[in-house]
Design a protein around this ligand. Structure first.
Ligand code: 23J
Ligand code: MN
Length: 257
């Protein structure tokens, strides 16, 4: 039987730390902007219902509204046409929201080139050093992009040719989707695909391949620098929105000190 009491004790004593990989959700949280004529997602917004006042003397609460894909969020398989008959976000088995995580650190490459694309050779070199990508695990692509914070312009890094943010090559997206048994791909950027991926020969290859292979995306992750290369456990908890294509998600990592 698994020893949950030592896990609990580790969390209580601090020998296992709980790292929050989630970006704060507020009206400034960056959102994806797609080229014309495609529809746009909404930013997060909130309106006060009462604040210990005449509208509710003893309570404070708000109504919020947001896109499903705003801030740190999970892409469900049905988000893409390739996965349209697969799970919506409410149908994802909870066992598939928790798994071992590995970190692929390409901060240096991304600093040299904001359009850096992770390719199959990078993944294979990483696997030669650190072992196979874990079955039922999260692959976390560390680019340092989260240090650009909550400002839409620096985060999207767009010019007249569109956004310039790192992502995966078509071949790498294919490899993760079809040659591995991972849960999904987590990134620091606004979406799993590169900023320029709208113009790739296979547009948005991460979305097309991962969703079609019943895998997930996790975006706008923070604190990946606080994780070991291997050995963390990541828990992603999206809202159980029926028919939802995704949801803002609290993403937590357990790390043994
Ligand atoms: C729709 C179309 C393209 C993209 C996306 C959504 C996302 O990045 C997303 O949040 O799923 S690239
Ligand atoms: Mn998304």
């Amino acid at each position: 039987m698994a020893d949950l009491s030592s896990l609990a004790q580790g969390i209580v004593s601090g020998s296992i730390s709980v790292i929050d990989l989630t970006a704060p959700l507020n009206p400034e949280t960056p959102v994806l902007v797609l080229p014309e004529p495609w529809g746009q997602t909404a930013k997060f917004s909130s309106t006060e219902i009462s604040n210990y006042d005449e509208r509710g003397p003893w309570w404070y609460w708000n109504n919020f509204s947001t896109g499903e894909h705003t801030g740190t969020h999970l892409d469900a398989p049905n988000h893409w046409v390739s996965g349209k008959d697969l799970d919506d976000v409410s149908q994802i088995p909870p066992q598939r929201l928790v798994g071992p995580a590995v970190v692929l650190d390409f901060v240096a490459h991304t600093q040299a080139d904001p359009d850096f694309l992770l390719d199959v050779t990078h993944i294979k070199e990483w696997e030669a050093k650190h072992g196979k990508l874990p079955a039922h695990g999260w692959v976390l692509f560390r680019t340092g992009w989260s240090s650009r914070g909550n400002a839409q312009d620096t985060f999207l890094n767009a010019d007249e040719t569109g956004p310039h943010t790192p992502g995966l090559s078509i071949a790498a997206a294919n490899y993760l989707a079809h040659e591995t048994d991972i849960l999904g791909l987590g990134v620091e950027t606004v979406g799993t695909d590169a900023g320029q991926a709208f113009g790739f020969e296979t547009p948005f290859p991460c979305h097309a391949n991962l969703m079609g292979a019943n895998k997930y995306g996790l975006t706008q992750l923070r604190n990946l620098d606080k994780l070991p290369t291997t050995g963390a456990v990541v828990i992603a908890a999206p809202l159980k929105i029926e028919k939802g294509s995704g949801s803002p998600t609290r993403v937590l990592a357990l790390v043994s000190k």
